[in-house]
Design a protein around this ligand. Structure first.
Ligand SMILES: [Zn+2]
Length: 217
C-alpha cells in the first residue's frame, strides 16, 4: 500500500495566535507563516451541534483504547491523560461555542469537542462531502508521534500532528494536540474528500488556512 503523508503542520498555540505551518509531502518541504486573527466570543450556531457520542472502551489491553464519536474513531495510547487532551482541545475557549456538558464523561467531552470541530470546519468551507469515519491516533509522547511520522514519511522532522490520506488517519500526541491543530488537519481531510481531483498541496493549504482565519467568525 502506498503511504502518502499529505501534510504536516506545526503550530504555535500562544495567543495572539500565530501558526507556523510546515507541510511536508514526502518529497518536499515548504514552510510559511500564517497569522490568525484575535479570538472573539461567538454564540454556538445550530449547525455546530454534535451528534451523540458513543464510547467503546473494549479494546483496553491492546495498548490502545478506542472512542467512537460517530465522526471519528479515536485511538489513544495507554498512559494518555484524557483530562489533559480535553483541556488542550479547549485552548481557544471561545472557539466553536461552549465545551461539552459538565456531567458528560471525559471520553464524551473529547468526542463532543472534536465532533463540533468537524461540523464547524465543514460549515466554514461549505464543503459537505461523503466521508468515511476518520481515525485519530493520540500518542502518549511526542517521541512516539515523531517515530510514526519518520516511519511513514521518511522525514526526520518533529511534528505536532499529521494526516495520512491513504490511512484516513490523523496522528497527534497528548502534548501537541489542540483545537487549532486538529481543526486545521480536519480541514485537510474534508478538502481531500470534496474534490474529484485532490487539489495540490498549495491549494489545499490555502483552503485550510481559510478555516484558521474564519473559525472564530
Ligand atoms: Zn496544512
Amino acid at each position: 500500500m502506498k503511504i502518502q503523508v499529505s501534510l504536516v503542520d506545526r503550530f504555535c498555540d500562544t495567543r495572539p495566535m500565530m501558526a507556523i505551518l510546515v507541510f511536508a509531502p514526502v518529497y518536499a518541504l515548504i514552510a510559511h507563516l500564517t497569522i490568525l486573527p484575535a479570538e472573539v466570543a461567538v454564540p454556538v450556531s445550530g449547525s455546530a451541534v454534535s451528534p451523540a457520542v458513543l464510547v467503546d472502551v473494549n479494546k483496553k489491553g491492546t495498548g490502545w483504547t478506542q472512542i467512537d464519536t460517530g465522526y471519528f474513531d479515536i485511538y489513544y495510547e495507554d498512559g494518555v491523560d484524557l483530562g489533559s487532551v480535553e483541556r488542550h482541545l479547549r485552548k481557544r475557549i471561545y472557539l466553536f461555542g461552549p465545551s461539552a456538558p459538565g456531567d458528560m464523561n471525559i471520553e464524551g467531552k473529547i468526542g463532543y469537542r472534536l465532533n463540533a470541530l468537524f461540523v464547524r470546519t465543514k460549515d466554514i468551507l461549505d464543503m459537505h462531502p461523503q466521508m468515511p469515519k476518520l481515525k485519530i491516533k493520540i500518542y502518549k509522547s511526542e517521541d512516539g508521534l515523531n517515530n510514526e511520522y519518520h516511519q511513514l514519511s521518511g522525514d526526520s522532522g518533529a511534528v505536532k500532528a499529521f494526516y495520512v490520506r491513504d490511512l484516513e488517519t490523523l496522528f497527534t500526541s497528548e502534548d501537541t494536540i489542540s483545537d487549532s491543530v486538529l481543526s486545521h488537519e480536519i480541514a485537510h481531510t474534508i478538502i481531500d474528500h470534496y474534490f474529484a481531483i485532490v487539489p495540490s498541496t498549495k491549494v489545499a493549504e490555502v483552503l485550510a488556512s481559510y478555516v484558521d482565519m474564519h473559525i472564530s467568525d
